[in-house]
Ligand binder design. Structure first.
Ligand SMILES: CC(C)(COP(=O)(O)OP(=O)(O)OC[C@H]1O[C@@H](n2cnc3c(N)ncnc32)[C@H](O)[C@@H]1OP(=O)(O)O)[C@@H](O)C(=O)NCCC(=O)NCCS
Length: 175
């Protein structure tokens, strides 16, 4: 995965004037492959992020679901802390984003946007032509983020989510 991710996030944060240049070194964040040792930190984020969170075995399955699944964690380097993750599948020319979450303390800093932009740019270079994802209609933060990145609603899957029950919006983007 791209070495430029931390710089990309840093530039994004700086642009938003949410940090001062001196307060956050350029290499503060990086993206790396998810491993089993990350699972306690991931589950902590997952459990506060979703009403119906993934279980440990689901994340473990993704770690070993090669070569289809690409699970990555976002690490805040000064604290060596996992502050988020993204899990996507790549099958031929299609990519499916299956999960993305940022720790509540690190939200609204541009991190998810930077990670997605960078990942999309990487997979585009790798030949991916179309990206899809599912989102709860009530998840305004995620929907706004995906809209900002150019995703459109393509359809609805009824009875998709449980606890609370909700359909899923299927969103897609051509690369
Ligand atoms: C959705 C989520 C990943 C966004 O992560 P984030 O790092 O806070 O998002 P960013 O700071 O990169 O936000 C980028 C843009 O998304 C939109 N956005 C993000 N959070 C938002 C919120 N709470 N309300 C409205 N818009 C929001 C904004 O357009 C924002 O740009 P702006 O700050 O310039 O207005 C995060 O809120 C999260 O982890 N939520 C719980 C898990 C989840 O719902 N995942 C998505 C499943 S489909």
């Amino acid at each position: 995965m791209p070495k430029s991710l931390s710089l990309f996030i840093f530039e994004n944060l700086k642009r938003r004037k949410k940090i001062k240049r001196a307060s956050l070194p350029q290499d503060s964040f990086y993206l790396r492959k998810m491993k089993e040792g990350d699972l306690p930190y991931i589950l902590e984020i997952e459990n506060v992020s979703f009403p119906n969170p993934w279980r440990e075995m689901t994340f473990r399955g993704e770690i070993y679901n090669q070569p289809i699944s690409f699970p990555f964690v976002i690490v805040y380097k000064p604290h060596k802390k996992v502050i988020g993750y993204i899990v996507f599948w790549q099958i031929k020319e299609r990519m499916q984003i299956n999960n993305i979450a940022i720790h509540p303390d690190y939200r609204r800093m541009g991190i998810a946007e930077a990670v997605l932009q960078q990942v999309l740019s990487e997979v585009r270079m790798g030949g991916t032509k179309f990206i899809t994802l599912e989102v709860r209609p009530s998840n305004i933060a995620a929907r706004t983020l995906y809209n900002k990145l150019g995703f459109d609603v393509m359809g609805i899957k009824e009875n998709y989510y449980h606890d609370p029950p909700e359909p899923a919006l299927v969103m897609g983007k051509k690369l």
